[in-house]
Design a protein. Structure first.
Length: 140
């Protein structure tokens, strides 16, 4: 396993506010979110870029991204989402990850300028818990 920060999150060496985890994918709050509730989704196996992603991980990765995007409305009142992935250029961590950012009309996000915000004390755990609840299977 590589030693990037996402591999450290996957292995449990580095704590984060997870909203989803299974054998193939982990999703957690970005510690410097564009908007509160901004989630990063990555394969648990070290994969650097989209071009390196094995075919068998495509569906699980995108399925979790789709589920997180769908959960933003019920969990956070978002009207939509911004979903993005960088490859090499602007990829701050050399581990493939998808950004799922909650959006509301008039939120100020324009083009590729991503303003950043911070969570108040205890707020990050609350956002993560709300998203975890919204991601539970319907039969849970």
């Amino acid at each position: 396993m590589a030693s990037d920060v996402f591999c450290q999150i996957v292995s449990g060496e580095l704590a984060t506010h997870e909203v989803w985890r299974d054998e193939q994918v982990v999703a957690f709050l970005d510690h410097r979110p564009v908007f509160k509730g901004h989630v990063l989704i990555c394969p648990t196996r070290h994969v650097e870029t989209l071009l390196d992603l094995p075919g068998e991980l495509m569906q699980p990765l995108l399925t979790v991204a789709q589920r997180v995007a769908a959960a933003l409305g019920p969990a956070l009142g978002a009207q939509g989402s911004f979903v993005a992935m960088n490859n090499v250029v602007s990829q701050s961590v050399p581990h493939l990850h998808i950004h799922v950012v909650p959006r509301t009309k008039g939120d100020g996000l324009r083009g590729f300028f991503w303003p950043r915000t911070r969570y108040a004390a205890g707020e990050e755990a609350e956002y993560a818990a709300r998203l975890r609840r919204a991601l539970l299977p319907d039969d849970a």
